[in-house]
Design a protein around this ligand. Structure first.
Ligand SMILES: Nc1nc2c(ncn2[C@@H]2O[C@H](COP(=O)(O)OP(=O)(O)OP(=O)(O)O)[C@@H](O)[C@H]2O)c(=O)[nH]1
Ligand SMILES: [Zn+2]
Length: 338
């Protein structure tokens, strides 16, 4: 049997004392309605959903309670999720009666890496769509700028993003530059769950191969295509020996549905409306006493994620403002010199 890898079950049990240890597992792969789960001791394949739970969907990353029925294993309960990584389903967006349908990609993620390729057409609005879709308060977010051997393009993209979002963490990475792969490894935190998402063709598989290449034993296990190369057709969780962490690899998507691409005033109308009731008229809804927006989050009337996205959006506006001011000052200096 394969030596047992830590897929996060141990951590979960430590964080939730009193849980029934024997029956806790984590979903590490999903193929239609069959799941692969990891317990503290072993990996179990071909797990189905218990009859009484047949209406429930489980996702990669979920912690679950399972049971043995005869020689079959079944999923019984979903344990509380810390977070959900989702996007609007492009599939449903096409159907005329559903305009926006949430597609869950994975759950319980600590570090989310959005992979953008330097050789693909880049626009700030595409980047913003990613941020709008995936930014949330307790998930560490970074951009992996792949194919960074396209050096000119890489520089330009970093500059464009940082002009509007100076705080966004961007890590250039290239298969031709081993030190950049090492940097990605170094950023993976032990016993945490990282996830890669990105459009197809950005080089995600290549990157995952590079990260796991020294562990052929496990790569062999998860290889489903019979070919020499790892390709991503379903979402799955991989264990990385070197960092003692797990990585969720998800299939590349074509586009992020545009249903979330809206201007801030539409997206944050609710927050702006609530803001009218804040004690201070220039309230940033961040720490101020008498803030109606923070109150709404505390009361459960507004999601903390929405407030997080709002803060990000505000930051962007301030960044742009700063940039404008600098440009103006430069101009003034030049005219003074004359
Ligand atoms: N120049 C350059 N090309 C790369 C790099 N990484 C990957 N590629 C190439 O980009 C193409 C796509 O790479 P994949 O790893 O298959 O991309 P993917 O994101 O897994 O694509 P999907 O399987 O559709 O999700 C391949 O032809 C790779 O050889 C890189 O760092 N630099
Ligand atoms: Zn406020």
């Amino acid at each position: 049997m394969l030596e047992q890898k830590n897929f996060g079950v141990k951590n979960f049990i430590m964080k939730n004392p009193g849980s029934t240890i024997e029956n806790i597992a984590r979903v590490i792969q999903k193929n239609n309605h069959l799941y692969t789960i990891a317990t503290l001791e072993q990996i179990i394949f071909q797990v189905s959903v218990a009859h009484k739970r047949i209406d429930k969907d489980f996702y990669v990353g979920d912690f679950v309670l399972f049971n043995q029925q005869g020689d079959e294993y079944v999923l019984e309960e979903l344990l509380e999720r810390e977070n959900i990584i989702s996007k609007a389903s492009s599939h449903a967006a096409k159907s005329y009666h559903v305009s926006c349908y949430e597609q869950i990609l994975a759950t319980n993620v600590d570090q989310l890496y959005i992979v953008i390729a330097a050789d693909q057409r880049f626009t700030l609005s595409k980047f913003e769509r990613y941020m709008m879709t995936f930014h949330q308060e307790y998930v560490e977010l970074a951009i992996l700028l792949s194919k960074a051997d396209y050096e000119e393009e890489t520089r330009e993209i970093i500059e464009t993003i940082h002009l509007s979002y100076p705080d966004v963490k961007i890590m250039p990475v290239s298969m031709h530059k081993p030190e950049t792969i090492q940097q990605v490894k170094d950023s993976l935190r032990s016993r945490r769950t990282a996830m890669f998402i990105g459009a197809s063709g950005v080089g995600k598989s290549t990157l995952v191969n590079d990260l796991t290449s020294s562990h052929s034993e496990y790569t062999n296990l998860v290889r489903t295509d019979g070919k020499g190369k790892h390709t991503t057709t379903v979402t799955k969780m991989l264990y990385l020996d070197e960092t003692d962490s797990v990585l969720i690899d998800s299939p590349g998507f074509k586009t992020i549905s545009t249903t979330k691409e809206m201007d801030g005033s539409i997206l944050f109308a609710e927050i702006q409306h609530l803001g009218e009731q804040c004690k201070f008229s220039d309230c940033t809804h961040n720490h101020e006493p008498g803030c109606a927006v923070i109150q709404a989050v505390e009361d459960g009337d507004l999601s903390a994620d929405q407030l997080g996205r709002y803060a990000l959006y505000e930051k962007k506006l301030r960044g742009q403002q700063k940039h404008e001011n600098k440009k103006q000052m430069k101009k003034q200096k030049i005219t003074l010199k004359k």
